[in-house]
Design a protein around this ligand. Sequence first.
Ligand SMILES: Cc1cc2nc3c(=O)[nH]c(=O)nc-3n(C[C@H](O)[C@H](O)[C@H](O)COP(=O)(O)O)c2cc1C
Length: 176
Amino acid sequence: MKLLVIFATTEGHTRKIAHFVQNEAKAQGWEVDVKDVSEGAPLPNGYDAALIGASIHMGKYQAAIADYVIRNSQGLNNTLSGFLSVSLTAAGDDEEAWKEINEIADHFLKYCDWTPQRSLQVAGALKYVEYDWLKKIVMRHIAKKSGGSTDTKHDHEYTNWDELSMFVKDFLALKK
Ligand SMILES: Cc1cc2nc3c(=O)[nH]c(=O)nc-3n(C[C@H](O)[C@H](O)[C@H](O)COP(=O)(O)O)c2cc1C
């Protein structure tokens, strides 16, 4: 069985998530291709399943992932497909903020005319060490609101790898 994992990332954390998914699927006996959408992603045709990952910045996913999904919505709708939405909000339990990320994901899927069988809100990371001064200020403000760390001297990772592992297992099991 062949799985395609396509991801979009701005600071690199969704790449880490995509490679984690690759390892989990390989451990289940799947062959896996992982591609950054900005580096010429292949069509979903010819794969038994596809997972798409993207991260939220200022309320939006990367434009390149929307382009890819719109161009390939028919292929994605005709195969087993899943969506991983990565954000800082998913690390917290602010009801209003969760409502917002669920709406962002719903709007994205509707806009792209794509109906994945499974989707997951994945907690991302704060990469203060890599941010420039402006991003640092913006993210410290967002983190304060959403319960993330305001310690800008270190990076902070919030992804629940066990939950993601379970998601991948359940998702791939849909094919059997
Ligand atoms: C400039 C900037 C804006 C962000 N905006 C949001 C946001 O609107 N909502 C949210 O939940 N997370 C937001 N985040 C958090 C990112 O989604 C999180 O850091 C994620 O791990 C980034 O993934 P990536 O490294 O794959 O791009 C933002 C992060 C940055 C740096």
